[in-house]
Design a binder for this molecule. Structure first.
Ligand code: BG6
Length: 501
C-alpha cells in the first residue's frame, strides 16, 4: 500500500459512457489510478448512455477497452473484479430532463451508503453539439449549486470559433461557477509537458538565458503518422488549425513562453499563461499568407502500404478544403520575446509521430577557432521531446578526441525511460482525472484562455475559409508537409528541425 493522499469520496458520471473516449482513454485511466492506489477509498463510476447494457455487459465492454488500450494491459488479474464492482451503467436519454432524476437518486443512494456527501463529477465525453443541452439539464439540478463538490468536465473541441466558444462559456457561466468547470486539454496532462515548468522554474540555470537575448527562435512540432481514422464527421468541420493549434500547441507554447508564476496556485499559473496569449501578435488578414501555411495530404505510400488521399477518405467531400496540416509563425510582443519567432506545425500522415519543442540559441558572439576546426559548428539548442522519446537534450559544441582541434555538436540528454524505467509515466488522462477528483484546476483551461486562443487564430481561419486552396492536395503521405511551409521558415534563414529521419 502506498501512502499518498487519496481524493475524497467521488462519483463520476460519464456521459458518453458507451462511447469511444471512455472505452479507449477514461476507463483505462481510472483503472490505472485504482491499481496505483490513487482512487478514493469510496468511489463509484456511472457510465451514462442510450445503448442497452446491463452492468455485467457494460463492465465486460470496458474491460475489453482496457485490455486493448491500457498502458498496463497485463495487470488486470485479481484487481479487475474489485474495481468493476464500483462501475455501473445508467441507461438514460440525456435529452429528457426527467431522466436526470436517475442521477440524483444515484447520488442519494451513495450518500446513504457512504455516510458522507461525495464529490460529484460530470464528465461530458460526448459530441460537442450535445454539450449545451446536457449542461443545461445538469444545471437545473440542485446538486450543481454545490460549488465545492460538484464539477463538470468538458472535452475539446471547446467551441468552433471565437463566437461559439464565447457563447458556450457564457452558458456554462450561468449554470456553474468557473471553479466547477474543467476544460480538458489532454496535452497538459502529459508528463513531459508538465516537466517544462519544472525545467524552467525549479532550476536557476535556464531562466537567465530563456529570452530574446539568447534565443534565436522556437519551434514546436506535433506531427502524426495517422491520417483521418474514420473521423470525417468531426474533422471535416475542424481541420488541423482547430484540432491541434488552437488548443494543444498554443497551450504548450504558453508553458514555454510564460513568466515565472509566483506560486502554483491554479489561477496564478493560468494568469501567466493567458498573459502570453494576450501578448501574441494578431495577424491582419493581409499578413496571414506570409505567416501561416495549410496543407492537405494526397494519396501515397506509408511503410509499404498504399493510403488514400484526404479527399478520398470515407465521409470527406471530393473538393474538401479542410487542412490536414498547418504551420504558423507567431510573435509574442513583450519584453522577453520581442523579435523571437515561434514556428509551430502539425499535420496528419507526416513522416514521423513526434511532438517536440526546440529552442534554438543565438550563435556564439565571436568565433576564435580556425574555420577548418568547425565545419559542423552549430548554435546551441535545447529540445524537449514529448513523443516518441520523452527526453530533454541540450546540444553544445565539443572537441572531438584527437590531435586536431575539431569541433562538433554533441547532445547531453536526460531521458525519462532511462532514469525511471519505462512504466513510470501515468497517461495524461490519469493525471487529469485525478486532478478533477482533487479539485485542482491548474492543468485545465480557463474560459479566458480558450477565448484568447480563438481570438488569435480567427484571422487565419477566416482567411482560409474565404479563399479556396488552389493547390490541395499539396503534400505526400510520409513527407514532412507542404513545400510552402519550408519556404515560410526559410525566408527567415531557418529550417524545420526534424529530430530523426
Ligand atoms: C486530439 C486530436 O486532440 O489529439 C487528434 O483531436 C490527434 O486529431 C490527437 O490525433 C493527438 O494526441 P496525441 O496525444 O496522440 O499527440
Amino acid at each position: 500500500m502506498s501512502n499518498h493522499k487519496r481524493p475524497a469520496a467521488s462519483i463520476l458520471f460519464i456521459f458518453g459512457g458507451s462511447g469511444d473516449l471512455n472505452y479507449r482513454k477514461l476507463s483505462p485511466a481510472l483503472y490505472n489510478l485504482f491499481l496505483d492506489d490513487y482512487m478514493p477509498e469510496k468511489f463509484a463510476i456511472a457510465g451514462i448512455g442510450r445503448s442497452q447494457y446491463n452492468n455485467e455487459d457494460y463492465r465486460a465492454h470496458l474491460l475489453d477497452g482496457i485490455s486493448k488500450f491500457s498502458r498496463r494491459k497485463d495487470e488486470q488479474n485479481g484487481h479487475w473484479d474489485q474495481f468493476s464492482q464500483h462501475v455501473t451503467y445508467l441507461q438514460m436519454d440525456a435529452d429528457n430532463q426527467a431522466a436526470y432524476s436517475k442521477i440524483t437518486d444515484y447520488v442519494k443512494e451513495k450518500e446513504a451508503e457512504w455516510g458522507e456527501h461525495p464529490n460529484v463529477i460530470f464528465y461530458l465525453a460526448v459530441a460537442p453539439q450535445l454539450v449545451p443541452s446536457i449542461a443545461q439539464k445538469l444545471g437545473a439540478l440542485n446538486l450543481c449549486t454545490d460549488k465545492n463538490c460538484t464539477r463538470i468536465v468538458i472535452e475539446k473541441p471547446f467551441g468552433h470559433d471565437l463566437q461559439s466558444a464565447h457563447d458556450l462559456n457564457a452558458l456554462l457561466g450561468r449554470l456553474f461557477s468557473e471553479e466547477q468547470i474543467y476544460r480538458i486539454d489532454h496535452y497538459l496532462g502529459k508528463e513531459t509537458v508538465q516537466n517544462i515548468l519544472a525545467l524552467r522554474f525549479a532550476n536557476a540555470l535556464f531562466e537567465p538565458v530563456w529570452n530574446r537575448n539568447y534565443i534565436d527562435h522556437v519551434q514546436i512540432t506535433a506531427s502524426e503518422t495517422v491520417g483521418l481514422e474514420d473521423r470525417a464527421q468531426y474533422y471535416e468541420k475542424s481541420g488541423a488549425l482547430r484540432d491541434m493549434v488552437q488548443n494543444h500547441i498554443l497551450q504548450v507554447l504558453c508553458m514555454v513562453a510564460m513568466e515565472a508564476p509566483v506560486s502554483f496556485d491554479a489561477n496564478e499559473v493560468r494568469n501567466k499563461k493567458v498573459d502570453v496569449l494576450n501578448a501574441m501578435r494578431p495577424f491582419t488578414k493581409g499578413e496571414v499568407h506570409e505567416n501561416a501555411v495549410r496543407g492537405q495530404y494526397s494519396s501515397g505510400w506509408i511503410k509499404g502500404k498504399e493510403v488514400p488521399g484526404y479527399r478520398e477518405e470515407k465521409g470527406v467531400a471530393k473538393e474538401s478544403a479542410t487542412e490536414t496540416y498547418a504551420a504558423v509563425k507567431f510573435h509574442i510582443d513583450n519584453w522577453r520575446w520581442q523579435g523571437v519567432p515561434f514556428y509551430v506545425r502539425t499535420g496528419k500522415h507526416l513522416h514521423q509521430k513526434a511532438t517536440n519543442i526546440t529552442l534554438q540559441f543565438r550563435p556564439a558572439p565571436h568565433f576564435a577557432f580556425p574555420s577548418e576546426s568547425a565545419e559542423t559548428w552549430r548554435p546551441n539548442r535545447l529540445t524537449i521531446s514529448i513523443t516518441p522519446e520523452m527526453d530533454i537534450r541540450i546540444r553544445f559544441q565539443a572537441k572531438r578526441p584527437g590531435q586536431a582541434m575539431t569541433l562538433e555538436p554533441v547532445d547531453m540528454v536526460f531521458n525519462f525511460d532511462h532514469q525511471y524505467g519505462d512504466d513510470h509515466a501515468p497517461e495524461a488522462y490519469e493525471t487529469l482525472l485525478l486532478d478533477v477528483m482533487e479539485g485542482d484546476a491548474t492543468l485545465f483551461m480557463r474560459a479566458d484562455q480558450v477565448e484568447a486562443a480563438w481570438k488569435l487564430i480567427m484571422p487565419i481561419l477566416e482567411t482560409w475559409e474565404n479563399r479556396t486552396p488552389v493547390d490541395f492536395p499539396n503534400y505526400a503521405p510520409d513527407s514532412w508537409g507542404p513545400e510552402d511551409a519550408d519556404a515560410m521558415i526559410a525566408r527567415d534563414g531557418h529550417a524545420w528541425i526534424n529530430l530523426s529521419k
